[in-house]
Design a protein around this ligand. Structure first.
Ligand SMILES: NC(=O)C1=CN([C@@H]2O[C@H](COP(=O)(O)OP(=O)(O)OC[C@H]3O[C@@H](n4cnc5c(N)ncnc54)[C@H](OP(=O)(O)O)[C@@H]3O)[C@@H](O)[C@H]2O)C=CC1
Ligand SMILES: CC[C@](O)(C(C)=O)C(=O)O
Ligand SMILES: [Mg+2]
Ligand SMILES: [Mg+2]
Length: 337
């Protein structure tokens, strides 16, 4: 099935420039969208609760800040970039009472719409602009004149203009420089959750930790294991990013390539692929969403415990030391780029 990909020439920036945009949340995605939209000539304000620690960062950038209810009342396009688990509460308390005919509610990820946690009245557009990358890099690439690819989706087209609006928004944050694909809330949510759990975050972290553990448990130096299993992964993935797996294989030695071809399938076995299918099933049938919402409602006890265990893994200690000696590696994540 072929998809349509939109680039800069397919999107009209004046559409979003004609709107009053409220960005709810000023974290990883929120700061990136807000600053890049502002730099694209869009009228942006930030919605954050009174006590939010993000307020000072937005104010330092000269962005107008109000409560989520205040900015929702003022704006005619509300982009919700607060944590997924908080969105249904913010929507019900602060956004829904302030919606007017022809307004638009936007999302950076389809979770709350896909799992029926938010329902928007039929006189309002519902769309998504979901960058396929971490917010701090979305901003960094925009500042560097580049862009992170994005997905757009329209769930509800009350005005008949929702797709043009989403494309225009995507252009405002640099997405159409790299390519924007039109999808559905369902496809974005399910593929995004699968990607982050099985491959990009969960799969990659577990692979790196397991490789580090095998080497150090066998008596090799943690520093050598760190360089081998974590540091060099970025350099290998850079080649995949530039030219696919084939480009990476072209650059590595034939010894490495033979090991890759014969040993890789022994690591990612049919049983691993079967587990990936189970993970996808839990996403598709809502099991993961229910588990995550319940975990958040219960105070995130298990999440915090696992997070702490990850932070205490020996790879973090040795990595901190080694990165400290490479000034160009430990680039701080800032709100500007
Ligand atoms: N992280 C990423 O790169 C990506 C995220 N997304 C999606 O973007 C959305 C935002 O995620 P992300 O940027 O990671 O979120 P973050 O956790 O980085 O930031 C959340 C922001 O929301 C604020 N916030 C918390 N509670 C409220 C509230 N009740 N009302 C208003 N603001 C609130 C936080 O403020 P405070 O400082 O007070 O905590 C913070 O500024 C999610 O839907 C996510 O799935 C999509 C693609 C990639
Ligand atoms: C890969 C994680 C992600 O889906 C992202 C940066 O795209 C997220 O939810 O943060
Ligand atoms: Mg993602
Ligand atoms: Mg995600």
């Amino acid at each position: 099935m072929s998809v349509e990909i939109f680039y800069d020439d397919d999107a009209d920036l004046s559409v979003i420039q004609g709107r009053k945009v409220a960005v709810i949340g000023y974290g990883s995605q929120g700061h990136a969208h807000a600053l890049s939209l502002r730099d694209s000539g869009v009228d942006v304000r930030i919605g954050l609760p009174e006590g939010s620690k993000s307020r000072a960062k937005a104010e330092e950038e000269g962005l107008p800040v109000g409560t989520p209810a205040e900015v929702s009342a003022e704006a005619d396009l509300i982009m919700i970039l607060a944590p997924d688990t908080a969105q249904r509460h913010i929507y019900a308390q602060d956004i829904a009472p302030n919606l007017k005919d022809g307004d638009a509610v936007f999302f950076g990820h389809g979770f709350n719409i896909r799992y029926g946690l938010i329902t928007v009245p039929s006189n309002v557009d519902v769309a998504m602009v979901a960058p396929k990358g971490p917010g701090h890099l979305v901003r960094r690439q925009f500042v560097d004149g580049k862009g992170v690819p994005a997905l757009i989706a329209v769930e509800q087209d009350a005005t008949g203009n929702a797709q043009a609006l989403a494309l225009s928004y995507a252009k405002g944050i640099g997405g159409t420089r790299a390519g924007v694909i039109k999808t559905t809330f369902k496809e974005e949510t399910e593929t995004d959750l699968f990607g982050e759990q099985a491959v990009l975050c969960g799969g990659a972290s577990a692979l790196v930790q397991a490789g580090f553990e095998v080497l150090t448990e066998a008596g090799y130096a943690p520093e050598v294991a760190y360089f081998e299993c974590l540091h060099e992964l970025k350099l290998i993935v850079d080649l995949m990013y530039e030219g696919g797996i084939a480009r990476m294989r072209y650059s590595i030695s034939d010894t490495a390539e033979y090991g890759d071809l014969t040993r890789g399938p022994r690591v990612v076995t049919p049983a691993v692929k079967e587990e990936m299918r189970k993970i996808l099933g839990e996403i598709q049938d809502g099991t993961f969403a229910t588990e995550w919402v319940n975990e958040d409602d219960a105070g995130r006890g298990n999440y915090k415990k696992l997070q702490q265990e990850g932070e205490q893994h020996p790879i973090e200690e040795v990595g901190k030391k080694l990165r400290g000696l490479m000034s160009w590696v430990d680039r701080p994540i800032t709100e500007t780029a």
